[in-house]
Design a protein around this ligand. Structure first.
Ligand code: ADP
Ligand code: ZN
Length: 519
């Protein structure tokens, strides 16, 4: 079996060897067993059903939720000389009849379908008259009612177990948490499936997260190590994408902008150039990435904080697909957190939805502020355990120094409290530093007991204190959209002096220009 699989891999797909546990998965399914496959994006899930599909006689049915992805896969398979088709709303009647005819005469190897199409009684009846090699259910996490990709039709796919008892079924996904895994097994009736979990670790990616000071200068010094390399710089807004791309060009770095607001021809042309030319930097919003398959991206830089660890993992994961060393670099600051909070506050979602988004952002912030191995935390978030520190991230290579921030934290917390939990970081820092301005006088804050008690620290240091208090959930940002801070219950022991607090010393200690914000 393995011999045959390897031969197909070489002859049909043109690759030399299987990656990770592909061979085991293929053996299981080609031999008629069910499988649950958890593999990070880019890990090579497609081959896990395409090769067994070729080894087993009959038609392989692939369930996929996205038309764009289906068409992509079908085009790739056809280029390889395989017989593949997609049945979806973009196919007209005539096309559908042709596909059905080729299925009937056994002239099709792969059929891609959306679940709602497959589940039509007529389709199911028709499939029962054919010889089916295997069912592959892609993006299987869509069965999870708790996930953000929930598709009700996926719940019905469990029927396949009874209707096709002799046909092996496999579910594939890049989302690995335990709850989703259990839901997939239960809903898709995969109790007898062999479970294949691939490590989420990307050992060739070096993770570095720095506090934002002068972001453009920081980016330039980072890019100095990447002369001539292809990379992606992610920014939150379209305007910033344009500005940063133009500025990088001025600095002698070949850069292109990419965001959803560009004309579609221009966007397509930038994407093509990035894929085909060497050494280009794509400055992009998150609109850039889905389905980008360029193996020698040497770095991914973030000038703004992603809104979740999933997003961070996915975006940084576009670096180093070829397995050679690559960098994931990010500069983040308090402004990022405030900005994301404001976006969340203004979003349409209901309360529950906002709360979940908020927790995801908190986890992302915590990853930025930890003083221990980044990789270990990142993987832990996906339920993947790394026993040792990785030795290949910023915190492992340059251990972070900490300072006893208990006293400073108490001053900051009482300032939040005494000013009525209605002000943002800028004003709170003004109080602590004893600044005199109109807002202070209007509010009468020069009379607060904490006015001017924080002069031993500078503006930037206070901002760092507040950032870490937020990251540790000792204070929270009000969802009013103005960035006001409130105490949380978690800060009580610290305020009462029952607990202390170690804070991380920011690596780059800026010569702070009072009154100027980072970014
Ligand atoms: P996923 O669906 O898991 O995100 P894909 O199946 O699209 O990943 O595979 C990602 C890339 O890796 C594709 O370009 C694919 O051709 C390539 N790939 C997968 N398996 C192998 C292999 N064994 N050898 C070389 N390249 C591979
Ligand atoms: Zn590490």
């Amino acid at each position: 079996m393995r011999e045959q699989a390897l031969q197909r891999l070489r002859d049909v797909f043109g690759y030399n060897a299987f990656r990770g546990n592909q061979a085991d998965i293929i053996e299981q399914v080609a031999g008629g067993g069910d499988a649950l496959v958890l593999m990070p994006t880019g890990g090579g899930k497609s081959l896990c059903y395409q090769v067994p599909g070729l080894l087993r006689p009959g038609l392989t049915v692939v369930v996929s939720p996205l038309i764009a992805l289906m068409d992509d896969q079908v085009a790739t398979l056809k280029e390889l000389g395989l017989r593949a088709a997609a049945l979806n709303s973009t196919v007209d009647e005539q096309g559908q009849r042709e596909i059905a005819a080729s299925m009937r005469s056994g002239e099709l190897d792969f059929l891609y379908m959306a679940p709602e199409r497959l589940l039509k009684p007529r389709t199911l009846q028709f499939l029962q008259t054919l010889n089916i090699a295997l069912f592959a259910i892609d993006e299987a996490h869509c069965v999870s009612q708790w996930g953000h990709d929930f598709r009700p039709e996926y719940l019905q796919l469990g029927q396949l177990a009874e209707l096709f008892p002799d046909v092996p079924r496999m579910a594939l996904t890049a989302t690995a948490d335990e709850r989703t895994r259990q839901e997939i097994i239960q809903r898709l009736k995969l109790e007898h499936a062999a479970c294949f979990i691939s490590g989420f670790d990307r050992p060739n990616i070096f993770y570095r997260i720095v506090p934002k000071d002068k972001p453009r200068q920081q980016l330039l010094s980072f890019l100095a190590q990447h002369k001539g390399n292809a990379g992606i710089v992610y920014c939150l807004s379209r305007k910033k994408v344009e500005d940063v791309a133009a500025w990088l060009m001025q600095q002698g770095h070949p850069a292109l902008p990419y965001h959803a607001g560009l004309a579609s021809e221009l966007r397509a042309s930038h994407q093509r150039r990035f894929l085909n030319e060497e050494g280009l930097i794509m400055v992009a919003t998150i609109a850039f990435g889905m389905g980008i398959d360029k193996s020698n991206v040497r770095f991914v830089a973030h000038l703004d904080l992603p809104k979740s660890i999933e997003a961070y993992y996915q975006e940084t994961g576009r670096a180093g697909r070829d397995g050679l060393p690559a960098d994931a670099w990010m500069a983040y600051g308090l402004q990022d957190v405030l900005m994301l909070n404001q976006i969340m506050a203004n979003s349409e979602g209901d309360e529950r939805h906002k709360r979940i988004e908020r927790h995801k952002l908190d986890a992302m912030l915590a990853l930025c502020e930890i003083t221990t191995c980044r990789r270990r935390s990142l993987l832990a978030y996906f339920g993947d355990v790394l026993e040792e520190q990785c030795g290949y991230c910023d915190n492992c290579q340059d251990p972070v120094s900490t300072w006893d921030g208990s006293e400073a934290a108490r001053m900051a917390l009482s300032t939040v409290y005494r000013s009525g939990q209605r002000y943002g970081v800028g004003h709170l820092v003004d109080i602590l530093l004893g600044r005199d301005n109109e807002k202070i006088r209007t509010a009468g804050h020069q009379h607060l007991s904490t006015y001017g008690i924080g002069k031993q620290l500078g503006e930037q240091e206070w901002r760092s204190v507040f950032r870490q208090l937020i990251a540790r959930n000792l204070v929270e940002i009000d969802l009013d959209g103005f960035g006001s801070l409130r105490l949380t219950d978690a800060c009580r022991p610290l305020l009462r002096g029952e607990e202390g607090l170690d804070l991380r010393k920011d690596v780059s200690k800026p010569a702070s220009t009072p009154g100027r914000h980072a970014d």
